[in-house]
Design a protein around this ligand. Structure first.
Ligand code: TRP
Length: 513
């Protein structure tokens, strides 16, 4: 039997966990969510969400994985065999769902990194992206993809499929090396580069004409919004996705820590670093938007966007008019690629850890099989209608899958587990004594449990009910109902069936520990 892997150092673990958390969501999602939901005032619900759900759940996942030295299915099985499926479901739908299309987006970034060098999009990046690059059915009147043509399949987009195969190859090469020799080594190179590029891009953006105007829009607080329920839901949702919670990743990563690791401190470092990164990224993003608005003599509202629209339509416009834009574009897309790969590698590991905990198989074979299957799955999103499929799957897995895992996880651990064991485990490595020990036990850990038992399930529960109500009022974003059911609901159900299947298989000897 192979020995369980370990990180070489705590720093290696931190870099990997931060690498998992910092992803596309930090760069292209947070700034927009903040802007839409009250600008500077959004920081209030956002930090409340970080402190009452983000860091508590992160600490719970770290403590659970570390205490049991187990991946998600094994850790949940320990609480009660009935819940093993939850661990499988999380790692299944993230790997064979979220990562499959997330890698396709990284593949677009690969193409755009090269396009930047020649400004390949010319003067209409919108048309270029949708009709030339993706070749997705396009609604001329709306100047946007036509959602009702979700089944009009016309073939693969080869430049995308090729990029996707390369990105899977990189993921495979990193994971194949193992935890210490593969992932830890890779993040020790990738994370400093990520940091340097980020600093360069932000510093560059801040010097642009109009940067101040953009930043004012980003930070100007609109306190009226704080009383709006939607703003709070957005804050909890952003924290959850951005910190990679409910993916089973943090459980696996912390299970590789040395026995005397400080779980409390590690949770604070990872939680705050991720938020610090996204708040800073917002300054870069809005400086560029301010520059564009100034150059085009229009209002920020007209240039602002998020996600795909920001990276593949708004930014290319900026890259075309910016002095040194080509280098800027190259760096920006490289940044997205690095941030993306350090996230996808983490879910490959979370799934691998789960399989190796349960079955006696060779790590290398498991990694190769996962990467081949994942690559084949990614191809589904590299056709001309890939964008539409990706959009539907993403909506369902994020709004329902992740949030469900978060709620059930908080309830199962908070109410069914011997949380005194978990608390004692955290305290044991802190080296506190006397009053400080008491204070930590009775105040910090008490508050922590309160957040896990009440605040997180209630906050996430409200979010999911809110999404469901909207879903029934109008099918998601005007897609035909067949698309929503097959790709959205279907995906949730099929991964569920696999999760039950995997949890029904027998454990190898001595693995149940
Ligand atoms: N936290 C990442 C972000 O902000 C998302 C993410 C984490 C992810 N782990 C992942 C996406 C694994 C795909 C696969 O973007």
């Amino acid at each position: 039997m192979e020995q369980r892997s370990k990180w070489g150092t705590n720093l290696g673990f931190l870099l990997a966990a931060i690498g998992s958390a910092v992803g596309l969501g930090n760069i292209w999602r947070f700034p927009y969510v903040a802007y839409e939901n009250g600008g500077g005032a959004f920081l209030i619900p956002y930090f409340v969400a970080l402190l009452t759900a983000g860091i508590p759940i992160l600490m719970l996942e770290f403590a659970l994985g570390h205490h049991r030295e187990a991946s998600a299915p094994k850790a949940f099985r320990h609480i009660d065999p009935k819940w093993e499926w939850l661990g499988w479901w999380a790692v299944l739908f993230v790997l064979f769902g979220i990562s499959m299309y997330y890698i396709v987006i990284i593949g677009w970034c690969g193409n755009y990194m090269l396009f930047s060098l020649t400004n390949a999009w010319g003067d209409d990046p919108n048309a270029f992206f949708f009709t030339k690059f993706l070749q997705v059915p396009f609604d001329q009147a709306e100047q946007a993809p036509a959602g009702d043509q979700v089944w009009s399949l016309a073939g693969f987009r080869w430049p995308i499929a090729i990029a996707v195969s390369l990105i899977w190859l990189v993921n495979w090469a990193i994971a194949y090396g193992g935890v210490e020799k593969g992932i830890e080594r890779a993040v020790k190179v990738m994370m400093p580069i990520l940091f340097l590029i980020t600093v360069t891009i932000i510093a560059w953006a801040l010097t642009l004409e109009g940067a101040g105007k953009g930043i004012r829009h980003y930070v100007t607080p609109d306190f009226d919004k704080i009383t709006d329920l939607k703003v709070w839901i957005a804050a909890y949702g952003q924290i959850f996705f951005s910190l990679s919670l409910g993916f089973g990743i943090m459980i696996a990563y912390s299970s590789y820590l040395s026995r005397n690791a400080n779980i409390f401190k590690n949770s604070l470092i990872v939680g705050f670093s991720n938020s610090f990164y996204e708040v800073c990224a917002g300054f870069g993003v809005f400086s560029i938007l301010g520059y564009m608005a100034t150059r085009q003599n229009c209002d920020i509202n007209e240039v602002v966007s998020d996600g795909i629209g920001l990276a593949f339509v708004a930014y290319p416009k900026a890259i075309s008019i910016l002095p040194g834009g080509r280098a800027f574009g190259f760096l920006f897309f490289l940044l997205l690629i690095i941030a993306g790969i350090s996230s996808t590698i983490s879910i490959i590991e979370a799934f691998t850890a789960a399989v190796l905990d349960k079955f006696s198989l060779s790590r290398k074979k498991v990694i190769t099989t996962i990467c081949v299957l994942g690559f084949l799955g990614s191809l589904l999103f590299t056709t001309n209608v890939g964008l539409l499929w990706l959009d539907i799957v993403d909506h369902f897995l994020n709004q329902y899958g992740l949030i469900t895992v978060g709620i059930v996880e908080a309830l199962v651990v908070g109410w069914l587990y011997r949380t005194d064991l978990l608390k004692a485990h955290i305290v044991a490595n802190l080296g506190l004594s006397g009053t400080r020990h008491k204070l930590f036990n009775y105040v910090v850990l008490q508050l922590w449990m309160y957040c896990i038992r009440f605040v997180t399930p209630v906050a996430l529960g409200i979010a999911i009910v809110h999404s469901l109500i909207r879903e029934f009022a109008t099918p998601y974003a005007g897609y035909p109902i067949s698309g929503v059911i097959v790709l959205g609901v279907g995906w949730l159900l099929v991964t569920h069936i696999f999760a039950f299947g995997l949890s029904g298989l027998p454990w190898r000897e001595q693995a149940e520990g």
